[in-house]
Design a protein around this ligand. Structure first.
Ligand code: UN1
Length: 483
């Protein structure tokens, strides 16, 4: 059943003034999941004004009362996990289990930030002058643009929107064009939880609409997740206007398996990291760096496991690998694989798979493992955002860390080793924002910072206390009694 799409502007659900938007299931592109009129420039103006008008009253609502709205929304989201998780799988293409897991995670994120009012909210310093104390207070930034990607249609929005609201900001949110349904669900949960009109505005449309919102003169900060190219474009234009940007962008994350690793564990974690969500995570494992003495065994076991992956309808029982998001994504991934082979990479058994007739139009891509050792294959440094693992064999831990540090991205890495010395060398040598020792490269907890180094991130990190850095400004108060 197709869900009607609407915009949320100033507390009212309205049809957009733009063109018809349809979200289609990537497993059965004939299925229209949601449809309605998208937003146009006039809607952007209205949404930004509504958000600006709501600033003062939301900022002066107590942190406790703002948190209470988030707590109620968290309950609604958690209670809807089975239903919305299935919708997510239908619209985005990750498996039902992953969809349900993601909706639950969104609930946990809302809940974490709901309780931030109960944590410390600033700093207190001694003064070098008698009778004085120095405080650092936090105030909201104002009206923020939030632009989110297709691959986590509810968790990433939750981890931007929840702290933005908790710290007293108002929002204009543009979710990725292909996944408006889950955006509708999250926005409705917040409205049903009692969020006042205008505090959150939802506009549905394409990337051009996102740029228009971000560049609107009424926007005071931008939080973006998406590609490095788009993130840097937004950031460069924001710099000209002098507004802050938080951008989470690409990843080309290595799993490094050293000679002393538990191979069984490494295989399981690499399979999850590389092929869950069809590899469409900025934190996905897209590189494997393996010590030569165990390389043959590890690769053979990975190929065997990849061959056994159950590919099909993400809503089907036992399915492990669904489609990628679109026909364009499918072509980009297949072209990236072909290019790597042209450049000398060796394909290590791309599994053949058969699909039910009703899925033949779906955007399915077989898992691919390519040995890039000794080549200059572009694949080693280029994010393909699909179920593709590029491999390099190395002869020492030092060589492994150097291989993992190649390229412009530095989001996450995983090191599989039983040696504390190697683990500690990895902490010093890997230029990444998140390092997993003996676990997969993906995953993020709401109470700790999320983000990368090099080209993977710009501006303050997300989640945990880091979120407060971006979504609030400090005022340093020199406090003395007046008399
Ligand atoms: C995760 O690893 O579970 O866009 C989250 C992305 C990341 C989120 C990854 N910002 O894939």
């Amino acid at each position: 059943m197709t869900t009607p799409l609407q915009q949320l502007i100033g507390g009212a659900w309205l049809p957009g003034s733009g063109d018809l938007i349809e979200s289609r299931s990537p497993s059965r592109p004939g299925d229209v999941v949601a449809s309605g009129l998208g937003a146009a420039s006039v809607d952007v103006d209205k949404a930004v004004s509504a958000a600006r008008d709501a600033r003062t009253s939301w900022a002066s609502t107590t942190a406790h009362d703002r948190g209470a709205v988030l707590a109620r929304a968290a309950e609604i989201v958690a209670a809807s996990a089975l239903e919305w998780g299935a919708e997510l799988a239908w619209e985005e293409g990750k498996t039902r289990a992953e969809g349900i897991g993601e909706v639950r995670r969104a609930g946990q994120i809302l809940s974490f930030f709901a309780h931030d009012a109960d944590r410390e909210s600033g700093e207190l310093y001694n003064s070098p002058r008698n009778g004085e104390r120095i405080m650092v207070l936090r105030r909201p930034v104002g009206t923020v643009a939030i632009i989110t990607p297709f691959n986590f249609p509810i968790a990433i929005p939750a981890w931007k929107i929840a702290p933005a609201l908790a710290y007293g900001n108002t929002i204009v949110w543009k979710p990725a064009g292909p996944v408006p349904l889950l955006a509708l669900r999250l926005a409705s949960a917040l409205v049903d939880a009692g969020l006042p009109a205008g505090v959150l505005n939802l506009l549905i449309g394409d990337a051009a609409l996102g740029a228009e919102i971000a560049e609107h003169s009424g926007i005071e900060a931008i939080s973006f997740t998406g590609s490095t190219v788009v993130g840097r474009q937004l950031a460069s234009r924001a710099a000209l206007r002098g507004i802050p940007v938080q951008a989470e962008m690409g990843g080309k994350n290595a799993a490094i398996v050293l000679e002393d690793a538990d191979v069984e564990r490494a295989v399981n974690q690499i399979m999850a990291g590389a092929f869950n969500s069809a590899g469409q995570k900025c934190t996905a494992t897209s590189r494997l760096v393996v010590a030569e003495p165990i390389a043959d065994e590890l690769i053979a076991r990975l190929i065997e496991a990849a061959d056994q992956l159950v590919i099909g309808d993400p809503l089907g029982d036992g399915v492990q690998l669904g489609p990628v998001i679109s026909a364009a994504a499918e072509s980009t991934i297949l072209e990236g694989i072909a290019e790597a082979i042209d450049e000398g990479a060796v394909s290590l058994g791309v599994s053949a798979f058969t699909l039910n007739v009703d899925l033949r139009e779906g955007h399915f891509v077989a898992p691919a493992i390519l040995d890039c050792t000794g080549t200059q294959a572009t694949l080693w440094n280029r994010e393909l955002f699909g179920p593709v693992l590029a491999v390099k064999r190395v002869h020492s831990a030092g060589e492994a860390f150097a291989a993992a540090n190649e390229g412009d991205l530095g989001l996450s890495a995983a090191v599989f080793t039983g040696s504390l010395s190697h683990a500690m060398e990895a902490m010093d040598q890997l230029d990444v924002g998140m390092l997993h020792l003996n676990s997969e490269t993906a995953g993020a907890d709401p109470h700790v910072p999320f983000g990368g180094s090099k080209g993977s991130s710009l501006g303050p990190k997300e989640q945990g206390r880091a979120a407060r850095e971006f979504f609030s400004n400090t005022t340093t108060v020199y406090l003395r009694a007046g008399a």
